[in-house]
Design a protein around this ligand. Structure first.
Ligand SMILES: [Fe+2]
Length: 379
């Protein structure tokens, strides 16, 4: 008799030759591919050597019992279904083996038609379990993928808006992109983990988005800003954080945007946070005393994150080397000297160290020339 059941590789383990022979013959007739094992040890060896869809395990075998083999299957090849074969006086053990994960048990003398039905049901159940797992796995991936797409699309829209604003302004055109490339190069030179680098990349692209909330006449004012105008400009990191918070869940990215104008010594804005020096040699964190009384945050626990300190360096360098309505761009050499001067005060010395190595072409991390050119490449 043949059926439409799924064809599988089946291991028949029984110490009685006649039993394993008759079962394997019948299952072969049904279209399955059968292997036989004469005891528990032999069964384990064969299960280790290849993958089986189903194992028929006699419970009483010399050496390793069928239940021992079942236990090993659960651990080593849980996708292999198992059906126990048992003598009439050992049904209790067979029931226990169901609790251990066996799909079914059949009682000797084996009724071959009943066996075929049991095998069919076990293979069917196994197929459903595998398909369900596969479906769940893909469903989770799909949901994750969709969520990422939606998030990326939001972020891209915001970044496009920022670029559009920059592009309208000859002084800041390409600023966010250049800051991002330099910040990423510094983070890589400091051997930061890839997920942190990715956060810095996003924060770099979006760091000045808050300038949307600052009047154009103020942003492009050629002369000195009034106190009120200066306060308006100083609000852009906080505005940026507010714009991004509905779409950016990652607090570290939001804080980097908020803190890209903070100073290492605590004299920056909006929170007057100070930095922590991560010693390059020892990796020990040394807290730098805040010298600012701009806000209570400076006395609190929050410290300027490494990402914000990196953005501050990349941002300041790009600002120094770009024309502004009120001054011409500095030369690269002068800008490097300024960064050097600001070490330990405006800027984190470790970050400036990495930045200067990149500019001087001595960094371990080789940034793509198209992204960050060294001084010699630029001159
Ligand atoms: Fe800014």
């Amino acid at each position: 008799m043949t059926s439409n059941m799924e064809k599988a590789t089946i291991l028949v383990a029984d110490d009685e030759f006649s039993v394993r022979d008759i079962i394997s013959r019948r299952l072969t007739e049904e279209g399955h591919e059968c292997a036989v094992a004469c005891d528990g040890t032999d069964a384990l060896k064969k299960l280790n050597a290849r993958e089986f869809g189903l194992a028929l395990l006699d419970i009483k075998m010399p050496g390793r019992l069928g239940t021992d083999v079942l236990e090993q299957i659960q651990v080593k090849c849980p996708d292999t279904a198992a059906i126990m074969i048992t003598a009439i006086n050992d049904v209790e053990t067979a029931i226990t083996s169901l609790k251990m994960g066996a799909y079914d048990y059949i009682v000797k003398p084996v009724n071959l038609n009943a066996l075929v039905i049991s095998v069919e049901m076990a293979l069917d159940k196994r197929r459903l379990i595998l398909e369900n797992r596969e479906y769940r796995l893909h469903l989770e991936d799909k949901v994750k993928e969709q969520a990422e797409k939606i998030r990326d699309s939001f972020l891209n829209s915001i970044a496009s808006l920022a670029y559009a604003l920059e592009a309208n302004d000859r002084y800041t055109s390409g600023h966010s992109q250049r800051v991002t490339e330099m910040a990423v190069a510094i983070a890589r030179e400091l051997s930061m983990p890839e997920d942190e680098v990715e956060k810095i990349r996003l924060a770099g692209l979006l760091h000045d988005i808050g300038k949307i909330g600052v009047r154009e006449s103020v942003l492009n004012k050629p002369g000195r800003l009034t106190d009120e105008e200066y306060r308006e400009v100083m609000a852009h990191p906080e505005i940026g954080e507010r714009i991004l918070s509905p779409v950016v869940e990652d607090v570290e990215i939001l804080r980097m945007v908020r803190h890209h104008h903070e100073r290492y010594d605590g004299g920056g804005y909006p929170d007057g946070l100070s930095g922590e020096e991560l010693s390059e040699e020892t990796g020990v964190v040394v807290v730098v005393e805040a010298c600012s009384n701009m806000s209570s945050s400076a006395e609190g626990k929050e410290k300027l994150s490494q990402g914000a300190r990196i953005l501050a360096v990349a941002d300041a360098y790009d600002a120094m080397t770009s024309d502004r309505p009120y001054r011409w761009a500095m030369s690269l050499q002068d800008a490097c000297a300024e960064m050097e001067k600001g070490k330990g005060r405006q800027f984190d010395p470790v970050v400036v160290g990495a930045f200067l190595r990149i500019l001087h072409g001595t960094a371990e991390y080789k940034a793509p020339a198209a992204a960050v050119a060294t001084l010699s490449q630029r001159s």
